[in-house]
Design a protein around this ligand. Structure first.
Ligand code: ADP
Ligand code: MG
Length: 729
């Protein structure tokens, strides 16, 4: 019955680390060599073309067609010098994964010969068939065309034999169909709003960029075991599996020594990442067995998002060379810590200043305080939208599960800064602050950096925490495109900063002195946004009760959480910032809710298949042996002997029958619920039905399957067990 599992385990036992060799080169010798970055551009482009691209990257100007022809020809020459034969527009459709369609450079010409060609047109724009990608009803079937357009702010790169050109993806009528387009618009909006606010403090600021440093958590599993678990292959998580006797109780995995095989894999994917200019620098074990994390040096957000997506792809491909599979799912194993993708976010100016880093001088402190308080206010205003931005069927398993941030949005500031805000609130009384009070306040902030950066004042249970010089959005799921949550964060910050400037200017207009006006507005925001601040244990039940009292939402599942995507407040915010119009945002909601339904639907089908084709047959097979043995006993024993000796076996036989009956029944009822859900007339109703009517069966079926796993003979059980998958050598 389980020959496949036995064979797979034999493979696993025989594994040795796959040697990885980069000839002892230092990273600096090859870093970025597969990127059409500054060095390659300087070498291959004319000065005119080089300047045109640089202007486009930094000022957002359009690269003219004539220039594009030149750039394309040079890109092709550079790529060919590295053996590249194909090119692709690389984009981020709303399905979540990245998309690519590889075209050869060659073109047949007369005489049966061929030449290699890559024109400016091919670089700048392509027309993939948009009908195969999610579009939320935007694309009518008679207008299937969408197009991808070159994003010169993220450099082209070589992956395998292909030159990849990062692009946006929009419908023929101009609506965005991807993650990148609104992200770029949100970056533009926050740049504009933040630069204007910076003028209060420093006239030299002409540009503000949002920075992102993600931390990627993931699991590794041996590919032999992965290959015989349909659930892992099809859904990314194990739908069944009894918790191992030794899980993470001993807390001996976190930052422990990395197994040889794993470390060879890490060296290999880091090498590939460095060739692609992805600045991964940190690696360590995570909390759960077989769980790891990697993190890069932070970058400008658009580039950081591209790099994260590319890294996930690189990891998956490199893992296969090492006979591993990477699990990016938020919760591959029930009862074991899940995976997230912490998004460290800040704003930086062209003058080299991190706007969320408390400074040493009173002037920069007020600037810090301004951006700091405005971030808190933005999260207060749009906490539900931030919650929606990280909602997915996968992440539902993780949020609020006492290992990940709760589904309640709150902001953690740390004791020092909480005190500063409280003092400021008290100090600005009757709309006035004495000069001494102002100085004292500013001086206090000056003492903060040293206190914060020594890492003592940290709270790991908050979904959105200030960590000394950046905010860390911890609720993002490990498999998510961070472009989604980053678009929201930048957008709400942009809207917030615009309001702030309006409020301050109104006071200045009334002849209030500038600093005073800023203090007054900040005080008002501090008072208004107080309820989003929480310093305590986000995992505790006390917080749930407290949050409820404060009127903060706690929406545990995706269909409910997604509603915030189409609230009036959200639609207006996105539209006022020029990021997404109502139609685009509504389409995004439709796609998210349909994706949720599809995911649960697939899981439900796989549960039924595995139960009927693998689990029940194995259990019955084992039971058959028991029945035969009992029958044999009866033949050779006296009735009295039999009665005492066969008891245990008879109980086992009975338990198997009972559990099989329950499983079979529940699987049937689940299928019936699915049919009902499929017949509902809106995507929203379907999603709710899948969440509330279909999904509850997952747990009851699983409970009984896992019990069977506990009693059925180890050799008969068809699925690799947690203890086999989670312990890597
Ligand atoms: P941890 O949260 O695990 O203690 P670190 O404090 O070392 O980790 O930083 C985590 C991530 O934060 C890194 O990826 C780093 O690049 C990023 N980071 C640091 N400074 C900034 C910043 N100003 N903007 C965005 N990300 C940043
Ligand atoms: Mg972190």
């Amino acid at each position: 019955m389980s020959t496949r599992r036995v064979l797979a385990m034999q493979d696993v036992v025989k594994r040795t680390p796959i040697e990885f060799n980069n000839n002892n080169q230092q990273v600096s010798q090859y870093y970025g060599s597969n990127v059409f970055g500054l060095d390659a551009m300087r070498e291959f482009l004319s000065e005119e073309a080089f300047n045109s691209i640089q202007n486009s990257m930094h000022q957002g100007t359009i690269v003219e067609r004539k220039m594009a022809d030149q750039v394309a020809a040079c890109m092709k020459a550079w790529a060919q010098s590295k053996g590249v034969t194909h090119y692709t527009h690389w984009f981020q459709p709303l399905s979540g994964a990245t998309a690519e369609k590889h075209d050869g450079f060659f073109e047949p010409i007369e005489g049966g010969r061929a030449i290699e060609r890559f024109s400016g047109n091919a670089l700048v724009q392509q027309e993939p068939d948009a009908s195969s990608f999610p579009n939320g009803g935007i694309r009518n079937t008679f207008e299937a065309r969408g197009y991808t357009a070159w994003d010169p702010t993220s450099p082209a790169f070589i992956w395998g034999e292909t030159l990849c050109i990062p692009t946006i993806f929009i419908s023929y009528t101009g609506e965005s169909l991807d993650f990148k387009t609104p992200l770029l618009k949100s970056l533009h909006a926050v740049d504009k709003a933040a630069t204007e606010v910076c003028q209060y403090f420093d006239k030299n600021v002409t540009k503000v960029i949002a920075t992102l440093g993600w931390e990627q958590e993931y699991f590794l599993v041996d590919s032999a075991l992965y290959n015989i678990r349909y659930d892992l292959q099809q859904t990314g998580r194990t739908l069944f599996g009894h918790a191992p006797a030794k899980g993470q109780q001993l807390e001996d995995h976190y930052w422990g020594s990395i197994p040889e095989r794993v470390s060879a894999f890490m060296r290999d994917f880091e090498y590939e990442s460095h060739l692609l200019g992805i600045p991964v620098r940190t690696r360590h074990n995570e909390v759960a067995p077989a769980q790891f994390e990697c993190a890069p040096v932070f970058e400008e957000t658009n580039l950081a998002v591209d790099h994260n997506l590319l890294l996930m792809d690189v990891m998956e491909k490199v893992a296969i060379r090492h006979n591993f599979r990477v699990l990016m799912h938020e919760k591959p194993y029930a009862g074991v810590n899940g995976s997230g993708k912490h998004n460290n976010w800040s704003l930086a100016t062209n003058t080299g200043k991190n706007l969320l880093s408390p400074g040493k001088t009173p002037k920069t402190n007020l600037q810090f305080l301004t951006f700091f308080v405005n971030t808190v206010k933005a999260v207060y205003e749009h906490g539900d939208l931030l919650r929606a931005s990280i909602a997915s069927a996968n992440n539902d398993h993780r949020l609020g599960a006492n290992e990940a941030p709760p589904a309640i949005m709150s902001v953690f500031l740390g004791e020092q800064l909480s005190n500063v805000l409280d003092e400021l609130e008290k100090a600005v009384h009757n709309g006035k602050m004495s000069p001494e009070e102002k100085t004292a306040l500013k001086m206090n902030i000056g003492r903060i950096p040293d206190i914060l950066l020594d890492n003592t004042d940290r709270n790991r249970t908050s979904p959105f925490a200030f960590t000394g010089n950046k905010f860390e959005f911890r609720a993002v799921g490990s498999s998510a495109n961070c472009g989604g949550p980053m678009t929201v964060l930048n957008a709400i910050m942009a809207e917030q900063l615009v309001s702030f400037k309006k409020d301050v200017d109104a006071l200045i207009h009334k002849k209030v002195e500038k600093d005073e006006a800023i203090f007054q507005v900040l005080k008002k925001y501090i008072t208004e946004s107080k309820k989003i601040r929480f310093e305590g244990n986000g995992y505790g039940d006390a917080w749930k009760a407290e949050a409820k009292k404060r009127g903060l939402n706690n929406i545990p599942t995706t269909p409910g959480a997604l509603e915030a995507m189409i609230s009036k407040k959200t639609l207006n915010m996105f539209e006022s910032q020029g990021i997404l119009n109502h139609r685009e945002q509504e389409a995004r909601y439709e796609i998210s809710i349909e994706t949720y339904t599809k995911k649960i639907q697939i899981e439900s089908r796989i549960i039924a298949d595995m139960v009927n084709n693998q689990i029940i047959p194995s259990a019955l097979n084992y039971q058959k042996g028991l029945v035969e043995s009992v029958r044999g006993m009866k033949d050779i024993m006296t009735a009295a002997e039999f009665k005492t000796v066969a008891k245990t076996q008879l109980e086992l036989i009975k338990e198997i029958s009972e559990r099989v009956t329950v499983i079979k029944n529940e699987a049937h009822l689940m299928t019936e619920e699915r049919k009902k859900a499929n017949n509902l007339d809106t995507a929203k109703k379907q999603a709710h039905a899948y969440c509330e009517k279909v999904k509850p069966y997952f747990d009851s079926i699983r409970y009984n399957v896992d019990k069977l796993e506990g009693i059925v003979d180890d050799a008969t059980w068809p699925l690799p067990k947690y203890r086999e998958m989670l312990y890597l050598r």
